[in-house]
Every structure is written in structure tokens, then in C-alpha cells.
Write a protein that binds this ligand. Structure first.
Ligand SMILES: [Zn+2]
Length: 189
């Protein structure tokens, strides 16, 4: 390899990564007996990112290309996805990766019960259940653990849910969900 430029040359289905790139890549992978965990920069939410030139490519896609060549283009806006049979977004083990269209990927996620709020390999919003924040960590929460405890105590003390709702600027439904343990289940008094 004459030039050490870290770029992808896509020629007739194969992808030539420079040795530097490959060395760099594998130095950031922790191979376990099952999944090979990407430990490098993780982009946005949970997907591993890897810088090649100025493009950021998801680590599992790189791994797929190293082992199989170019990822075929695919019809949809999002093109072809590299999906995980192990459902571990950080895994780069080629035997756990398979190609699917965006819709197959979504179907696959739904089948596995991982239908988060947003989908998509490119929108950076793909979520894994453990990355979904609960309670006051969630930026849209008007309540926090302390307030929920207060609410629970006051409702149990016989106060009207509607007046508590007004005071905390939430809806009555929010209060009743708290009391029915449909939300804020992790807060107990
Ligand atoms: Zn895996």
C-alpha cells in the first residue's frame, strides 16, 4: 500500500482499507466470545462511529465492509442497513451482522421489542432500551422524584387530584397515571 491515506476506495464491490485504518479500527474492538464490542467513539446515542477521512461511518458498517465488501445501495432514502442479529448496537462481529432494508430493520426491531421513539441509521436517534431515560433525567419532565413523592403523599392524604395537578402545572391524567403506577413507577414513598 503506497499511500497511507485513510480513505475508502470502492472498486468492483470490494473495499480497500489502508493498513493504518484497519489497525486503528481493530485496536478499538474488544472481542468477546460472542459479540465484538466497539469501544471507540460512539456517535450520538449508541452506535459506534469511526472516522474515515472526514466521513463518519458507523463501526458495524465498517466491519461489514471489511469482511464483505461494499454495502449495496438499496432503494430507500436510508439505503441498506447493516442489522444486528445479536441486537447489540455496538457489536461489530461480522457473523452477527446482516444486510436489511430500513423497513426490514424496523420490523426486526419491533419483533425484538426494541421499537424506540425514532428509527434510522442516519438520524442519530436510534435508541436502545437502557439508553431511554426515565423520570427527571428526561429533559421534557416537568416533575422530578421529589415532586412525585409530594404528589403521592398529598393524594393519599385525600387532596383533590385536580388541584394538585394545577399546582404542579401538569394534567390530571399525569397525576392519575402516577397514582396508578403507570408512570414514575420507580418512585415509591
Ligand atoms: Zn453481536
Amino acid at each position: 500500500m503506497q499511500n497511507a491515506k485513510t480513505n475508502i476506495a470502492e472498486t468492483s464491490g470490494s473495499v480497500n482499507f489502508s493498513e493504518t485504518t484497519l489497525k486503528n479500527f481493530w485496536s478499538k474492538v474488544n472481542k468477546t466470545d460472542t459479540c465484538w464490542i466497539w469501544t471507540g467513539c460512539t456517535n450520538a446515542v449508541v452506535y459506534g462511529g469511526f472516522n474515515i477521512g472526514r466521513r463518519q461511518v458507523r463501526a458495524h458498517r465498517i466491519s461489514w465492509m471489511i469482511h464483505n465488501g461494499t454495502i449495496p445501495k438499496g432503494n430507500g432514502y436510508h439505503g441498506t442497513c447493516v442489522c444486528h442479529s445479536c441486537d447489540n448496537p455496538l457489536c461489530v462481529n461480522p457473523s452477527h451482522l446482516f444486510l436489511g432494508s430500513q423497513s426490514e430493520n424496523i420490523q426486526d426491531m419491533i419483533k425484538k421489542g426494541r421499537n424506540g421513539v425514532s428509527f434510522g441509521d442516519k438520524n442519530g436517534m436510534r435508541k436502545h432500551p437502557e439508553s431511554v431515560q426515565r423520570g427527571s433525567l428526561c429533559t421534557t419532565a416537568k416533575l422530578d422524584e421529589d415532586k412525585v413523592i409530594q404528589i403521592k403523599k398529598r393524594v393519599m392524604g385525600g387532596e383533590k387530584q385536580s388541584s394538585i395537578a394545577r399546582e404542579f402545572s401538569v394534567t390530571k391524567t399525569t397525576i392519575s397515571y402516577i397514582m396508578k403506577r403507570k408512570s414514575w413507577r420507580h418512585v415509591s414513598i
